[in-house]
Design a protein around this ligand. Structure first.
Ligand code: ATP
Length: 441
């Protein structure tokens, strides 16, 4: 028996007017088509927790693809359909994204071991989900707009701040849920229920992860590392021995956890100053986790997790380069800005932050942040065409000339274009015999 109550006021109070209108519009479109539909899952959970959620998940008791097509025809936007799963993704002209799923009795082939009690199609759809807190639905049709439907005790668990599976075979069905449990517990500061915790320990003990594909494992792992503060979740992974699922030789000791703390500081520093600079924060934490692994193990992990070639390069080769440069920085600190620049200019933000996380020497960390904030974007003002105007012959030497201008500029010796030109004339132009001091002879 589902618990029901009306939360129409929360839709009006907590969502933007545009979002609330969209939900009403979806409901009206459902009425026109004569199908029941619900907004479900994370969106409802976040609404009750007062958290912002952008992605809307809608379940249609009927043909979701047909609904999505008609809705887009009316509203404009794009619609991608997946026939095999009877799902569609609608992207509206204003950027709103709506996932649409079909709940139809004939789609459900209940796993043999699960009880086959009588359920409505929406209930059956929600029963397949990972945790109780993700099983809430809100009616969108006119007759029940705003009615919160709770089949599985989700409201109780939200109130108790507990992550609970719906049944004891949940992790057998899908072991990635173990990682999702840790992600949600960390994100909302919830605890994992006692029974669910023992099911996790069981999953590890009997290695339910054997058949889990590397791709799915990576997707869940990456989501954990993309959280605002992933460290408690990483510590949970370690406490439950889940690092062994990534690779049997992966060891996460206390010093790794300490370095992860330093990585988080570097990431927060960067997010604050450079919010719009793309930076794959997950990769910084991931590099720290792999820090003590031999090359071959990291290679195996990248291949098992199906990292793309560019991700593999970032994690494998570029990381080693960063460690190499860090080694130099910690032992032979460059005396000039241009020397510091030469050491660091090959790196993307991810590796600069990785270096900042790895060093225990304050001076080195400060030097990297100084490079990032003050040196990284310095360029010579003069360009090739200025050199041509000085009657220099274009060729490979141009690069060397511009480099020497850049170095002088980095070291604070050149303040403006005029000084740069004078610098080139002094250091890179053939001496005019007429202008030589005759007294030398
Ligand atoms: P997030 O805020 O991280 O996106 P979410 O709850 O919206 O969290 P999604 O990963 O977008 O999660 O999944 C959408 C919904 O699909 C979830 O609310 C959950 O009910 C369901 N779901 C996702 N993955 C699984 C899974 N492995 N097993 C069962 N249900 C799942």
């Amino acid at each position: 028996h589902a618990k029901q109550r009306n939360i129409g006021h929360l839709i009006t109070e907590r969502l933007t007017p545009a979002m609330a209108d969209l939900l009403r519009e979806i409901g009206r479109a459902g009425d026109e088509l004569g199908v029941n539909l619900f907004v479900v899952g994370g969106f409802v959970r976040d609404l009750l927790l007062c958290r912002k959620s952008d992605d809307i998940d809608v379940v249609v008791e009927g043909d979701g693809i047909d609904f999505a097509r008609r809705f887009i025809l009316k509203k404009g936007g794009r619609c991608n359909t997946h026939r095999e799963f009877c799902t569609a993704v609608m992207v509206l002209p204003n950027g709103f994204k709506i996932d649409v799923a079909s709940a139809r009795m004939e789609y459900y082939t209940a796993p043999a071991a699960l009880p086959t009690v009588e359920m409505s199609s929406i209930q059956r759809d929600l029963f397949r989900r990972d945790f109780t807190i993700n099983t809430l639905a809100v009616g969108l049709n006119k007759k029940n707009f705003g009615t919160l439907i709770d089949f599985f005790g989700a409201q109780r668990d939200l109130k108790d701040k507990t992550i609970r599976t719906l049944h004891n075979l949940s992790f057998v069905e899908d072991p990635t849920r173990v990682f999702r449990a840790i992600k949600f517990a960390n994100r909302f500061d919830f605890t994992i229920g006692k029974l669910t915790l023992s099911l996790i320990r069981n999953a590890v003990k009997f290695d339910f992860f054997r058949k889990l594909s590397g791709r799915r494992l990576f997707s869940e792992l990456k989501q954990i590392l993309e959280e605002e503060n992933p460290i408690p979740a990483i510590e949970s992974l370690r406490n439950y021995h889940l690092e062994k699922v990534i690779h049997p030789d992966l060891i996460m000791d206390d010093s790794i956890i300490e370095t992860l703390g330093a990585a988080q500081k570097a990431v927060s520093w960067h997010d604050l100053l450079y919010l719009n600079t793309p930076c794959m924060n997950w990769s910084i934490y991931f590099m720290v986790i792999l820090k003590k692994c031999p090359y071959q193990v990291v290679k195996e992990i990248c291949s098992h997790l199906r990292l793309s070639p560019s991700q593999t390069k970032l994690i494998l080769r570029d990381r080693l380069k960063a460690e190499e440069r860090l080694y130099i920085l910690e032992r032979r600190f460059p005396p000039t800005n241009s020397g510091l620049y030469a050491l660091l200019n090959i790196f993307k933000p991810e590796h600069l932050l990785y270096i900042m996380a790895c060093t225990r020497i304050d001076r080195v960390r400060k030097a990297v942040s100084f490079y990032y904030t003050r040196l990284k974007d310095i360029k010579p003002t003069i360009q090739g065409r200025d050199l041509i105007a000085l009657n220099l012959k274009p060729g490979r030497t141009f690069q060397a000339i511009l480099q020497s201008v850049l170095d002088a500029k980095l070291d604070g010796k050149l303040k403006n274009k005029k000084e740069e030109i004078a610098f080139v004339q002094k250091h890179h132009m053939p001496v005019n015999p007429d202008s030589m001091d005759k007294s030398v002879d």
